[in-house]
Design a protein around this ligand. Structure first.
Ligand SMILES: [Zn+2]
Length: 492
């Protein structure tokens, strides 16, 4: 995995070590707490993390100095014109930023050598790109790191006390946490599940890792952004508490479930796999057109795990196992594999042969739980469900606009003129969501949560049907109106 090897660059490791040594003892002694049992309440946790950030920030000196240091660091990295602003500072640091080289579309089979060279160049560029992105983190003062506004601290903490309830409003939570819903939620869940203590995690490394993950989501994506990741993580937390599952889960299972949920769409470019393939995106070449996005989410997560050193104190076999299991969980979210997983799930339930003492069976149920969490939007209360629906359709339409702009065939569901939001949602609920959640309900023996979710699902579908009906009527009315106007206008 050459791309990942680059993350282990000695330069980056050294820099982190120096900055850690410089941290004031009042903060740095956090890691020493891990030798003992401790419970860190959220407000204390947030205060400590804020204190840490402030102290680190002060150590870096004036803001401008930080920027110039970046430029110095960048001057040693082979350039990639498309990502540099006029000052030489990277304006876009994403690994998968969907820069589409439309010249590649015209590459014919006869110009194979040139095409191959270009592909290799793009792959190398990807590595360089990623390396630069990692190298920069920790140098740039990141304004978004302010965790919680004092005024909102109480409200956010109050919300977290009800994090296990299904009507948890992740949009409100994101506003209250100043756009840091993912970091704040994960810090809280890791603490409340006892994972920090169990895995002897270093709070500073955990925080660093979570910020990396959150920042690698693209906030400009209407749907596939860090709030979606936080929403999936909150749903996953609810599913992990299901009595049928929870009594068998080990700390490692919970760790994997929450981590996979948080990182399952990291660095999502806001377009789908067919788009990446038809535009000859470097990620499609890198992963040979198979689960392109999911592979990228997984490999990016592994890269960040290694770079943050979060698990560096654990035995190699354990970290390798964690990395592999995270991959298997994240790859399960590939929607094109829906029927494969649904078939296995059904046959397990039909033959009643799931034995959750068995680690393999627990892993399978974590895959299913993550898949449910990923597509649970239609099972939420209408106000939230509707917002997610509008967001995902907006992302589809943006892809469609991009496709038509470059004379590419517009992908299914991406044509705003044909594919309406109610139509898309009803199809999604009927063919993807309902079949999976019916089986999930069966697995949970129709738990209270399953009942609530199925009830929302039915009501939401009825509302979309009603809206579609109204939309048809409006269209019919307007077409008959324009016909009448045409007749009147065309009259003698
Ligand atoms: Zn997702």
């Amino acid at each position: 995995m050459p791309v990942l090897n680059r993350f282990l660059s000695s330069e980056f490791g050294r820099r982190l070590k120096v900055s850690e040594e410089l941290l004031p003892t009042s903060v740095w002694t956090l890691s020493t707490y891990q030798q003992r049992t401790f419970t860190l309440e959220l407000p204390e946790l947030i205060k400590l993390v804020k204190l840490l950030w402030k102290s680190k920030h002060n150590l870096q000196g004036p803001k401008r100095r930080g920027v110039f240091e970046n430029e110095d660091a960048l001057s040693n990295i082979p350039g990639d014109g498309r990502v540099r602003g006029p000052t030489g500072v990277l304006s876009e640091r994403r690994g998968s930023f969907p820069f589409i080289d439309f010249r590649l579309l015209n590459t014919t089979a006869h110009s194979g050598e040139i095409g191959t060279k270009k592909k290799v160049k793009r792959l190398l560029s990807f590595q360089r790109y990623f390396h630069a992105s990692r190298l920069l983190r920790g140098i740039i003062p990141q304004t978004s790191l302010h965790l919680l506004d004092e005024d909102y601290l109480g409200q956010a903490a109050h919300m977290l006390s009800k994090v296990g309830t299904w009507n948890f409003d992740i949009f409100l939570f994101d506003r209250l946490t100043n756009g840091n819903s993912l970091v704040t939620l994960l810090c809280h869940l890791f603490n409340s599940h006892g994972l920090i203590h169990h895995f002897q995690l270093d709070m500073v490394k955990l925080y660093r890792f979570l910020v990396m993950v959150q920042e690698d989501y693209h906030s400009q994506n209407p749907y596939h952004n860090a709030v979606h990741a936080a929403d999936v993580t909150q749903a996953m937390h609810c599913y992990l508490k299901e009595p049928k599952l929870s009594r068998y889960l080990t700390p490692l299972d919970i760790f994997l479930g929450l981590m996979a949920a948080a990182a399952h769409d990291v660095d999502h470019p806001g377009v789908n796999q067919p788009f990446l393939i038809k535009t000859k995106h470097h990620l499609a070449s890198l992963y040979q057109n198979v689960s392109v996005l999911e592979n990228h989410h997984w490999r990016s997560t592994v890269g960040m795990l290694r770079e943050s050193g979060l698990l560096s104190h654990l035995p190699t076999e354990t970290t390798q196992d964690i990395e592999q299991q995270l991959g298997s969980l994240i790859l399960a979210t590939d929607i094109s594999r829906q029927n494969e997983f649904l078939g296995h799930f059904k046959s397990h339930l039909d033959s009643n042969d799931l034995s959750l003492e068995d680690a393999e069976h627990r892993h399978f149920m974590l895959q299913i739980a993550l898949k449910c969490a990923d597509i649970c939007n239609p099972c939420r209360v209408w106000e939230m469900s509707k917002q997610w629906s509008e967001r995902v359709c907006e992302e589809f339409y943006r892809q469609g606009d991009l496709e038509s702009k470059f004379d590419l065939e517009v992908s299914p569901l991406c044509n705003q003129q044909i594919d309406t939001i109610p139509g898309i949602q009803i199809g999604f609920m009927t063919y993807i969501v309902e079949p999976l959640f019916e089986e999930w309900s069966r697995f949970t023996d129709n738990s209270a949560l399953s009942e609530v979710m199925m009830s929302h699902l039915r009501k939401n579908k009825a509302r979309w049907r009603h809206l579609r009906h109204k939309q048809h009527h409006r269209e019919e009315d307007s077409s008959s109106l324009s016909l009448n106007e045409g007749v009147e206008g065309g009259g003698p």
